[in-house]
Design a protein around this ligand. Sequence first.
Ligand code: LUZ
Ligand code: MOS
Length: 762
Amino acid sequence: MTKDIKQGIAKSMKNIDSANHVTGKSIYVDDIPVRVGTLYACAYGSPMAHGKIKNVDTKAAAEHAGVYSIITHKDIPGENQIGGIIQDEPLLAEGEVHFQGQPIVLVIAETEAIAHAAVKKIKVEIDPLPVIVDPREAFAKGELLSTPRTFSLGDTKKAFAKCAHVFEGQAESGGQEHLYIETQGAYAYPTEHGSVRISSSTQGPTQVQRATAKVLGLPMNKVEVDVTRLGGGFGGKEDQATPWGAMAALAAFVLQRPIKYVLHRMEDMKMTGKRNPYTSDYKIGLDKDLKIVALESTYYQNGGAAADLSPAILERTLFHLNNSYFIPNVQATANSCRTNLPPNTAFRGFGGPQGMFVIEAAIAHAAKELGVDAIDIQRKNLLAEGDEFPYGQIAEGCEAINCWDEAVERYDLEKIKKEVVAFNEKNTQFKKGLSLMPICFGISFTNTQMNNARALVHVYSDGSVGVSTGAIEMGQGVNTKMVQVAAEIFGLDPKRVKLESTNTTRVANTSPSAASATADLNGKALAIACNDILARLKKVAQDNLGHDEKTAIEIKHETVFANNKKTKLTWHELVQAAFMARVNLSAKGHYATPRINFDKTKEKGHPFAYHVYGTAITVATVDCVRGTYEFDCVKLVHDFGASMNRIIDLGQTEGGLVQGIGWMTMEELMYNKEGRLLSNALSTYKVPDIYAVPREIDVHFLNTDNPNLAIFRSKAVGEPPLMYGIGAYFAIRNAVESFNPKAKMAYSAPITPEKVLMGLYS
Ligand code: LUZ
Ligand code: MOS
C-alpha cells in the first residue's frame, strides 16, 4: 500500500455484492417488482439481412388474444434515430432493413409469452437487396461507415529499403458474443408531467436517456434512467442497451402503461452486435539484429450495418497497433466497413486486441521464416521509457521490460522451455507449445471529451454516508472500490458507506462505464466530493476541540486526531456538531482527466492518462490425433500500480484472461452468406467452461508506484488482461508446428480444434 493511503482498510475487502449474488438477492432488471398494469414488449426482427420493406402485416398479431398494441416507426413522436457517433440507425426499421434481426415492429401484450407468440404472426414482405458480410468486399464496393484513419511515424518507404528482412501477410480475428449473463432489457413507466423513467441494463445511462429523449421528442430532463447493476456488460451494453431502453420507453410513453422488455437469450444473440471481426494486411521489416524497423498495415473492420461505436473502436485499433513494442516507422490505415450484420460494437479491449493480434502475427511470421524464436524478437523490441508511440505520446512509467523480465525470471522461462522441448521429444500424440504475450493498453477514452465524471455525496446526520456516482456496477466491482474511496477519505468503516443506484437525476451527463476508466474517473470525482466535506468537517473539529486553524486534523478509524494525537471526538459526534452548526454535509465532485489531448487532424497527441503493461507465459498441450487442446498454465506478471483491492483486481485479471482465450481459441461466430447467424445458441457457440480454463493461473502483482492519475495509484484493470488470451493462440500454433513443422495455417483466429486438425495434417 502506498503512502497515499492512510487507513488501508480495504486492500482485501470483499465485493460488497458477493453475499447477495450467491444468495440470489441482487436485483437485476428482470427482478424489479413490476407495477400494476405492466405490459410486455417483444420486437419482430427482420428475417432478411438487406432489402426494401414492401408491406408490414400486423393484423393477425393484433387480433391475437392478450395483445394490447402494435407499435411501428409511425408511432414515434420524436425522431426515429438512435445513432450515437453517427446518426445512421433507426430505432424501428423504416423503408429498408440492413441486418437480420433488425427490429421492425414492437408487439405489446399482457404477458411475455403472448408477446412472443404474437410476434410470430407478423408478416413482412421484403424485396431482397444484395447482402454483404465480408469487410473486404464492402471496402471494394466503397461501403464505409466512417472516414478511414491513418497513423504514421517516421518513414516506412525509406526504412523498408534498408531492412534485412521483410515479410508480408494477412491476419484475421473473429467476432465475439458478449454473453453477459443478464440479457439486454429495460423496464419503463410513465411519470408525472409527461415524463418517463427507465430501469435499464446499460453501461451508459446517459446514452439511453439522450436517445430516448430524441425518440420521444422530449427534453432530457423528462427522461430518467436508473441502473442498480448489470449482470455483465463487457462493452455489449455501452451503446446497445439503448434500443431496448428506448423501445420500452416508447411504448410506455405512447400507451401510458409500464412496459417491460427483457430479451430471451436467442433473441439477444441474433439481434445484437458483437466484437468487430477484422481482416488485416501487414508488412513488417526487421534489421539483421531482429529489431523491428518498420510496419505497414491495413485493417478492415467488419462494422455491421450501422456505425454504432465502430469508428471509435477503429481508432483504438490504431492506438494499439504496436502493442508493447517500439516501432520507429509506421504507416497504418484502418477502414470501418459497412456490412449487413447487426451493428458490431464495443467489447472489452475495444479494437485494441484486434490491432495487437496483427503485430503478434507479423512477429510470429517473421520468426518462423527466420528460424528464430518469436520470444527473441518480442524481447528485443519491447517498448522502453521515452519511446514514442505511433500517435506521438511518449512512454512514461513504462513497465514493458520490467513485466517481461520479471515473468521470465520469476517463472523460470528457461526451465519451462526445456520441459516443453523434452516433452515434445518424447511424445508423438501430444505436443506442447509455449508463447509469451506482452500487453500494453492505453487508459482513457480515446475521445478526450469523454474523460470526465461526477459524484454526489451525502453525509447523513447520523454519520452514515450515501454515495452516487456515474459508475455502473456490472460485476467488475466498481461499487466496492467507490466504497473504499469514501471510507478511506473519511477514515470510516466501509460499512458506513452505501452506494446508491446510478441515476441520471443524481449524476448527469455521464460517460458510459467503459474504457477501463470507470473507477479512475468516478473515484477521482468521488474523492473530490469527499475531500470537500472533509475540509468542512475539519473546521468544525477545530472549533469543537478549541483549536486554531493551524491544527492538523485527521480522521482515522472513525476518530478525530489533532496534530497526530487521538482526541475524544468521534466521527459521529463530529457530524452531529456540523449538522447543528448548519454546515453543508453534501457535496458534488467533478473530475476531468488532466493533460490528455489528441489532434485528429494530425493524428498526434497524448490521448492516454497512462498505460498498463504485463506479460503472460502460456503453455498449451495439443492432442495431435483429435486437434483438441488444453492449457497447462498461464503465468503472468501484471502491472497493477498499487492495487487498491487485490481480490477484485485478481478476479478481473483471471476473467479477462479466460475471456480472451475464448475469443482466440474456441468462440467462433458463423454467419452465412445471407447474413444469418448460424452460431445462434450456446449449443453452436462454444464459450470457455471450467475445462477450458488453464489448469494453473499464476498472477504476480507488479507493484509500481506510478501513476497518480489512477485512483489511489491503483491502475485500471478492466480490459488489459483480456489481451493475455492472444498468447493462447500462439501457444497452440507452436504446438502444432512442433508436430508438423511445415504446417500451413493462416493467421486466423479463433484457432478452433478444426483449424488445429487441418494444420496438423496440412
Ligand atoms: N469506449 C469508448 C471504450 O467510447 N471509447 C473508448 O476509448 C473505449 N475504450 C475502451 C472501451 N470502451
Ligand atoms: Mo467497454 S469495451 O464498454 O470498456
